[in-house]
Design a protein around this ligand. Structure first.
Ligand SMILES: NC(=O)c1ccc[n+]([C@@H]2O[C@H](COP(=O)([O-])OP(=O)(O)OC[C@H]3O[C@@H](n4cnc5c(N)ncnc54)[C@H](O)[C@@H]3O)[C@@H](O)[C@H]2O)c1
Length: 329
């Protein structure tokens, strides 16, 4: 029974707390949140103790921590948890700065603790199956990867202003997915972006509509398309074109009923947003973390995956700002 301390009981912390409460081989023994009511609601699920974050990290009743606090707090919590010898599952992004992630890598590797970066989309059943078939060679060598990722509506402008920009905040998941599928590291990044959804997003120095082309040393190409608005709902699709065929993962809808009339075909909307769409992925991610820590096997995706995605996000931001491709070699 792995004893877990949950740091942060907001949107994502509650998801993780609920997942662990359903598992037989792990238990949330302690929770921490700056808001007592948030901590209390997650503690009630498992009878966990409510503690300050320092006490939680150093508690003998905590073997692993799940960091679901705001991104700017991850750095200090990672340092403290690694120093206390605890296994770590940290929400993405690890940090907004690649250099600070390198600092975290140093303390995590010095301490020798397991570390998972929470790129949950790798655990989505459809995307995981697509990647496994690709890795088994079912469509030969990947040549073109297309990742479509569009939110139903933009977040509040206050969030946009502190988000680090669309490439670091939203496309970070797609950069990780690109690496997961391409089978080799991108060597070049070219980004374009516009504020077409909300001029206020443009005035805040960000974009809401963006496209990025990644190229690998072998010439494989990945195109990522992001929008902060899709009037038809959360749009999450992947296609990989290979030398012997094509793999495609479609959207997941609220149900699979289709109605046909003289006016054409209609089906249910896509699952509303990430909490609903990736519910199974968050659960599978937690199971993978707990199983790896319990068995002493390698944890994946690790902290270097967190760094690589951040480096791609930084390069895309620079490419968009300067209007030229950025080389990563
Ligand atoms: N993997 C995903 O799909 C996904 C989805 C959403 C958010 N996230 C990431 O998860 C993190 C949290 O995002 P969220 O949307 O859940 O935020 P949130 O604001 O809903 O929750 C964060 C919680 O942390 C608490 N908190 C703040 N500082 C704290 C501290 N020092 N110690 C303990 N608790 C503290 C806040 O009171 C709040 O309840 C961010 O890094 C975000 O990027 C990942």
């Amino acid at each position: 029974m792995l004893k877990i301390g949950l740091l942060g009981c907001g949107r994502i912390g509650q998801v993780h707390g609920r997942t662990i409460s359903r598992l037989d081989n792990a238990r949330v023994t302690a929770v921490s949140d700056a808001l007592p009511e948030a901590a209390g609601s997650v503690a009630a699920l498992s009878g966990a103790a409510v503690m300050e974050s320092d006490a939680l990290i150093n508690s003998p009743d905590v073997e692993a921590v799940v960091i679901g606090t705001p991104t700017d707090t991850h750095y200090d919590l990672i340092h403290a948890a690694a120093g206390a010898g605890k296994a770590i599952l940290c929400e993405k992004p690890v940090d907004m700065s690649a250099d600070r992630i390198r600092d975290c890598i140093r303390v995590v590797e010095t301490a020798g603790v397991p570390f998972m970066t929470a790129f949950n989309r790798r655990f989505d059943p459809g995307f995981a199956d697509l990647q496994a078939r690709l890795a088994q060679g079912e469509i030969g060598e990947p040549e073109l990867v297309t990742i479509l990722s569009r939110d139903p509506a933009p977040p509040p402008i206050g969030y946009i202003k502190s988000s680090g920009g669309i490439f670091r905040d939203m496309m970070i998941h797609d950069f990780d997915m690109a690496r997961f599928l391409l089978g080799e590291e991108p060597v070049s990044v070219f980004a374009v972006g516009s504020a077409l959804v909300d001029p206020e997003i443009g005035a805040a120095g960000d974009v809401d509509t963006a496209a990025v082309t990644l190229t690998t040393a072998a010439g494989r190409i990945c195109q990522i398309s992001n929008s902060r608005r899709a009037v038809y709902g959360y749009d999450q699709r992947i296609e990989v074109h290979g030398s012997h065929g094509m793999l495609r993962a479609a959207n997941i809808r609220e149900n699979n009923v289709e109605v046909a009339t003289g006016a054409g075909f209609r089906s249910a909307p896509t699952k509303h947003f990430f909490l609903e769409r990736y519910e199974a992925a968050y659960a599978a991610e937690m199971v993978a973390f707990i199983d790896a820590v319990a068995s002493g096997s390698a944890v994946s995706p690790g902290i270097h995956d967190g760094l690589r995605a951040q480096v791609l996000a930084d390069a895309a931001t620079r490419s968009w700002e300067e209007g030229v491709p950025v080389s990563l070699t």
